[in-house]
Design a binder for this molecule. Structure first.
Ligand SMILES: NC(=O)c1ccc[n+]([C@@H]2O[C@H](COP(=O)([O-])OP(=O)(O)OC[C@H]3O[C@@H](n4cnc5c(N)ncnc54)[C@H](O)[C@@H]3O)[C@@H](O)[C@H]2O)c1
Ligand SMILES: [Zn+2]
Length: 377
């Protein structure tokens, strides 16, 4: 596990693509993208927080490789994943007079990636796109798998499509400017891959590499991003459109997390990754309470998350300590989960670290107990 440059393939037959991972890669965007842009035209889509930091470097590299690079910027933040902003983005893209060979380049976090991917899926009935994810969450999760989409008043990501990128360029150095809170939220998803099916990876994180990557160690970052992408790529390749059981494992911690997010209004009080950290601690607690998983493993999960500064109970969210949490209402939120079958909540539980499984037909009582314990913590 040395060096700081990696390549992870996503094996999807004729839609196969590579994830390039390494420090300083945005300055090589031009030569990396050029072979995929035979028409020579790109449009970079970015947001107002990322543009001042990285847009010039990406554009300079694309232009040095002989590519034309127009740019379109959207306001930073989740609100840009709404219908009205999507409409404005489409018009801005069309103002650039693209043709079917024009390639969109998404430069930003998951918001820019989801939005640009969906725009690429429908612009002129479909153009190619390339992802340059700039948050840890986007590098290890949202840029891999081809899910794109926007939010509506009915909920998040309810309108969208599967549209795979042609290439993902994950520059681990751009994470240096990411606010610590965003970095930590993305880290929860990194830990998730270890907990699902890679116990040695969890141990590697636990034994100091997790903290090293959060503190900026380039080698640890590249290794963790590569290992996370490889895990997601493996699952995506065998279940591209989420029809089987396998892809559901990626939702470890998410049943609880979505209930917490719904309760906090998907706002700044609780970031998605923060909710996932709490949710994973709860999933392991519930697994241990059901006698499925050693109590020691649940304790290790909790200890590691807390050691890096992630919360493991809703009460530990300092910004939000006035909220009146209600266990029954949280369980109620879980009943609306997409994974549910036959009116029963589907949980992703674990037989131990690295041994997650999809649990259907589980009674709500132990879940309610888990929520109550978490709220009391
Ligand atoms: N498609 C998928 O499979 C998938 C999976 C998980 C999440 N998502 C989606 O991803 C979105 C969340 O993504 P996110 O957490 O990356 O949020 P984000 O895109 O909003 O980025 C977080 C903040 O960090 C800023 N930022 C980005 N890169 C930066 C950098 N290098 N330096 C400084 N600031 C930077 C952004 O401008 C933004 O303000 C959600 O909309 C979620 O639904 C999609
Ligand atoms: Zn997630």
């Amino acid at each position: 596990m040395t060096g700081s440059s990696r390549q992870v393939p996503v094996e999807l037959g004729e839609r196969r693509y590579l994830i390039e991972i390494g420090a300083g890669l945005i300055d090589r965007a031009g030569p990396l993208c050029a072979p995929l842009v035979p028409g020579g035209r790109t449009i970079i889509v970015t947001d107002t927080a990322v543009a001042p930091l990285y847009l010039d470097r990406v554009r300079a590299s694309l232009e040095a490789a002989g590519l034309r690079a127009d740019t379109v910027s959207v306001p930073a933040g989740e609100a840009s994943k709404a219908f009205d902003s999507f409409g404005r983005l489409m018009d801005d893209l069309l103002d650039c007079r693209p043709d079917r060979g024009t390639v969109l380049v998404a430069l930003g976090g998951g918001v820019v990636g989801d939005l640009t991917g969906f725009a690429a899926a429908v612009l002129l009935r479909g153009v190619d796109f390339i992802q340059i994810p700039t948050t840890l969450l986007a590098q290890v999760d949202s840029s891999v798998g081809g899910k794109t989409g926007i939010n509506t008043r009915h909920g998040k990501n309810l309108v969208g499509s599967f549209h795979q990128p042609r290439l993902v360029i994950a520059d681990t150095q751009v994470l240096d400017t990411l606010p610590r809170r965003e970095l930590l939220a993305g880290y929860a998803e990194v830990v998730k891959y270890g907990l699902i099916d890679d116990a040695p990876f969890f141990e590697w994180l636990e034994q100091g590499k997790g903290r090293a990557l959060l503190d900026g160690n380039a080698g640890a970052r590249a290794e963790a991003v590569a290992r996370s992408c490889a895990a997601k790529a493996r699952i995506v390749a065998s279940d591209e459109r989420e029809t089987g059981e396998l892809r559901a494992l990626l939702n470890l911690g998410h049943t609880f997390a979505h209930a917490l997010e719904k309760e906090t209004g998907y706002g700044p009080d609780l970031l998605h990754g923060e909710a996932v950290g709490i949710g994973m601690a709860m999933a392991f607690d519930m697994s241990a309470a059901l006698g499925l998983c050693p109590a020691e493993d649940a304790l290790r999960v909790r200890r590691h998350l807390e050691s890096v500064g992630l919360a493991t109970s809703p009460r530990a969210i300092a910004r939000d300590n006035q909220r009146a949490w209600d266990a029954v209402r949280l369980i109620d939120h879980m009943r609306g989960d997409k994974k549910n079958r036959d009116g029963r909540i589907t949980f992703i539980l674990a037989r131990g670290i690295g041994r997650a499984f999809v649990a259907r037909g589980i009674d709500e009582a132990p879940a309610l107990e888990t929520v109550r314990r978490a709220l009391a913590a």
